[in-house]
Design a protein around this ligand. Sequence first.
Ligand code: HAM
Length: 429
Amino acid sequence: MELRAVRGMNDILPEEVERWHKLEGAFRLNAELHGYAEVRTPLLEPTELFRHQMGETTDVVEKEMYSFERHGDALTVRPEGTAGAARAYVEHAVHAKEPVTRWYYIGPMFRGERPAKGRYRQFYQAGCELFGDPGPLCDAETIDLIAGFLERIGIADFVVHVNSLGSAGTRERYREALLAHYTPRKDRLSEDSQRRLEKNPLRILDSKDPRDHEVSRDAPMILDLLDDADRAHWDGVLRCLDVLGVNYVIDRSLVRGLDYYTRTLFEVKATSGDLGSQSTLAGGGRYDNMVAGLGGPSVPAIGFAMGMERLLTLMPGDAPRRKPGCFLAPLGQVGADRALVLAKQLRALGVSVELDGRGGRLKSMLRRADAVGARLCVILGDSEIERGVLQIKDLAAHVQEEIPLEGAARVLADRALESSPGGGQRGAR
Ligand code: HAM
C-alpha cells in the first residue's frame, strides 16, 4: 500500500522551510513593531466554541470542520485562530490585567475545503487580535499593519477592500431588508441559500453559487442602513486610512464568511500573480460582541489573519541556504574518533559542523563538502593524527594546509566564522 500525505495537506521540506522562516521572521518583527506579543493556543478546541462564534450557518461550520468525539468531549481541530484567542482572553481574565491587549499568532488551521492552488485543508495563518479598543484609529492601524507588512516582504500589487456591517441594531434592520428582498425571489436561490434564508440571510450575499449572485445583484446594501453611531465610526475609519495614505476601495458587497463581525470588515486581495480565485491574502474585521458572548465583559475587538501559503506564492526572492562552517572528513578509525571530539568542540564554539560518518573515500567526502557549501573541509587521516596534525582545505580559496592538532578547534572556529560572513555560525543565515 502506498501511503501518501492526506489530500490538501502538504509536506514542507527543508529547502522550502527557509522561505517560511523569512516570512515568519518578517511577520513577527512587524507585529512586534505594532506592540503585539505572541500567543499560542491549542489546536483542539471544544466544537461548541466555533459553532457559536463563527456561526451555525457558515460554510466553515456546516461543511468544513474536522470534528470528532473523544472521551465524551466534542472537539474540533481549529479552522481559524480568532475564537481560540478570544476564549483564552476570557479564560485568563486578561481584561482585568490590562485595558488593551495585542496578540499575534502563527500556526496551522484546518478546513475540509476542496483543495486548489492557494486553498488547502491544512494551511497556515499569521494573524493579529486586538482587544479593548473600540475606536476607528485602531481599525485603520490594523489595515495599515497588513499593507505595510506586504510592502516590506515585496508584495506591491494588492488592493484593500473595506466595508461596514454596523452593530447589532443596524444588523437587525439589514436582516429585515434582506428578507424583504429575497423572500419573493426564494425559488431562484440555491438550495443552501433557501435553507439559510430565515436563519441568516446575510450568508446569501457571501454564497459562491452563481444563482445566488444573480438574485443578490440588486439586494439592499448595509452601508445605506448604518445608524448614526455606526456611520460616525465608519467615517472615522476612512479618515484615518486617508491620513495613513492607505489605498482602499469601499466594497459595499463585502460581508465575509464568518458571523462574528461587527462594523469594520476588510479583505486584502492580490491583483497580480497566479492565485486565481484564491487571491484573498488577508481578511479580518471587528468582532465587538465575541468576548461578551464567551461570558467575558463587554470588550471590543478587531483582528485579521493572512494565508501564509498565498503570501509565499507571491513573495519574491530566495532565502539564503544554511551552510556548515566545517565539514569533517575522517579517514580510518583513529580519524573518526578524533572527528567526533573535534565536532563537539567546534559546535561548542558556535560553528555549525557536518561530520561525514559514512567511512567512504576522500574524493566522495570532498564532493559532499562542496555540495553542502561548507567553507572548510577538515581531513583527519590516521597517519597525520599520529604525527599530531590535520589537513584543512579551504573550499572557496582552493588551498590546503596542515595545522597542529593541538588547539585545532580554536584555529578552525576563527577561520570558519571569519572567512565567510556569518558562515557556519549558529543561527546565521
Ligand atoms: P478567513 O477569511 O477565513 O478569516 O481566513 C483568513 C485568510 O486565511 C484568508 O484570507 C486566506 O488568505 C487564508 N485561508 C483561509 N482558508 C484557507 C485555505 N483553505 N487554504 C489556504 N489559505 C486559506 C479568518 O480566519 C479570521 N479568523 C480572520 C480574523 C482574525 N478576523 C478577525 N480576526
